[in-house]
Design a protein around this ligand. Structure first.
Ligand SMILES: C[S@@+](CC[C@H](N)C(=O)[O-])C[C@H]1O[C@@H](n2cnc3c(N)ncnc32)[C@H](O)[C@@H]1O
Length: 431
């Protein structure tokens, strides 16, 4: 089945097939918004002339689906990602395609297996002291094995390309042998009715991931047209200073208005891989994240003001604000503040987009609607409204996927909210 947009063009259903089975994109699971197939389709449709003189931008690049897909097809690629873990994943993917000695990687995987088979104590490595969790993150037997693995990684420190690849493999699988799990937010296994993990094949799990990465690198080297540039900036897109009129196509999926806490959910990777030493290090990430987080703006004494005059949107925010107004931080005001911050950031995002796009170029934005405090927020329509207000030439919405329930129903304490449905749309805007 294909979903039609206003011009009668369509995106295939497979556009949203999970990245988890595709080479290179399967290294780390991330809430992607789209897959390699969707990006490839958008490139073919909107920028069919390939070549390094064409620049593709993803301002919220995650684990780099847009960036790597564009790059492997010969386009120049620019991305911004605020969270150091997915930014690291994207950077390692790129440098591994070019610089990694694959024979060396193969023999280091063998050395790692042999090292893990000998039990040596005491371990030189220690768990990161700033990483605090309510319950033990690793059971003692698992922790022993994890520290043993880290003793090996540390021996690779003077060969950064291997050190990074091994740390990435660990970051990709580290939660699977912990007492926590993704549901899709990170929570204790006990809270989701799962048994604790007392022991696990840590070595086998890391080795399987490394072997998958090795295979994908062999594939990537065969398919890459690799003389184009690849520039990932590990910072907020909102503080970017890209040259005006420098981008030929923008493909992105910004965070949805569902308070999915990318920072909290990656605390294990941020601490264990050395990107954060204490919770204060997470503050900049939380407050500069697209939409901030409900937790940072929910104070009922705080009043967020919309930076754009849109009567329809203001009415929607007032409606959310009025729900359970007596519940202090849990009332509608906090959620209205969050939505207001989110749409103020949408305004900044679209404003910047307008500056950096070349005339006649497009931005392809994948976004899902949300239900806040039981009220449907059609984010795709709001994005379109803001884009029209900013003077974008053409604005089109294509609904590409309907889902029944999900993590975008927030603030109600319910998994379902009446008969309201969640969907995802592609918003196409042209400068
Ligand atoms: C829906 S995900 C995009 C995933 C991406 N499409 C992929 O394939 O991996 C949104 C991303 O935006 C990032 N993000 C949030 N606020 C940001 C900001 N201010 N600047 C840059 N990236 C940001 C989040 O960390 C998250 O990785």
């Amino acid at each position: 089945m294909r979903q039609m947009n206003l011009l009668g063009q369509s995106y295939t259903d497979t556009a949203f097939q999970e990245n988890k089975d595709l080479p290179f994109h399967r290294w780390v699971n991330w809430i992607a918004g789209f897959s390699e197939l969707f990006v490839a389709e958008a490139l073919e449709r909107h920028l069919p002339y390939r070549g390094k003189q064409f620049t593709v931008l993803d301002p919220f690049s995650g684990i780099g689906t847009t960036m790597t897909t564009s790059y492997l097809r010969g386009y120049s690629s620019i991305g911004f990602e605020i969270n150091p873990f997915p930014a690291f994943v994207t950077r390692v993917k790129y440098s591994a395609i070019h610089d990694l000695d694959l024979d060396g990687m193969k023999s280091e995987i063998t050395h790692f297996s042999e090292f893990m088979a000998q039990s040596k104590r005491p371990h030189l490595s220690k768990p990161p002291s700033g990483f605090k969790t309510r319950m033990e993150f690793y059971s003692p037997k698992v922790l022993e094995k994890v520290l043993h693995a880290w003793d090996f990684f540390e021996m690779l420190r003077d060969r950064p390309e291997f050190y990074d690849v091994f740390r990435l493999a660990f970051g990709a699988v580290m939660v699977s042998f912990s007492n926590y799990s993704y549901e899709p937010s990170l929570g204790s296994r006990i809270a989701s009715g799962k048994a604790l993990i007392n022991d696990y094949d840590v070595s086998g799990t890391i080795v399987a991931k490394l072997k998958e990465m090795y295979q994908d690198l062999i594939w990537a080297r065969k398919v890459a047209i690799n003389n184009s540039s690849f520039n990932l900036i590990n910072d907020s897109f909102f503080s970017s200073d890209l040259k005006p009129e420098s981008v030929d196509l923008l493909i992105t999926s910004p965070p949805y208005l569902n308070n999915y806490h990318y920072i909290r959910n990656t605390r294990p990777q941020l601490f264990w891989l050395g990107f954060a030493q204490n919770s204060a290090d997470l503050h900049y990430l939380e407050t500069n994240n697209y939409g901030k987080y409900w937790q940072t703006v929910r104070d009922s004494n705080y009043r967020c003001t919309l930076k754009i005059k849109l009567h329809k949107l203001q009415k929607l925010l007032d409606k959310i604000s009025a729900v359970e107004s007596d519940r202090d931080v849990y009332g509608g005001r906090g959620w209205a503040n969050y939505a207001c911050e989110y749409f103020n950031d949408t305004l900044s995002f679209l404003n910047k987009t307008k500056t950096v796009l070349k005339k006649g170029s497009k931005a392809i934005i994948v976004i899902g609607n949300s239900i806040l405090k039981g009220i449907d927020v059609p984010t795709d329509e709001v994005f379109s409204l803001i884009a029209k207000n900013l003077g974008f030439k053409e604005v089109k919405i294509t609904k590409v996927r309907n889902t029944r329930i999900g993590s975008s129903i927030v603030g109600t304490g319910l998994r379902t909210a009446g008969r309201k449905t969640l969907y995802e749309s592609v918003v196409e805007i042209e400068k």
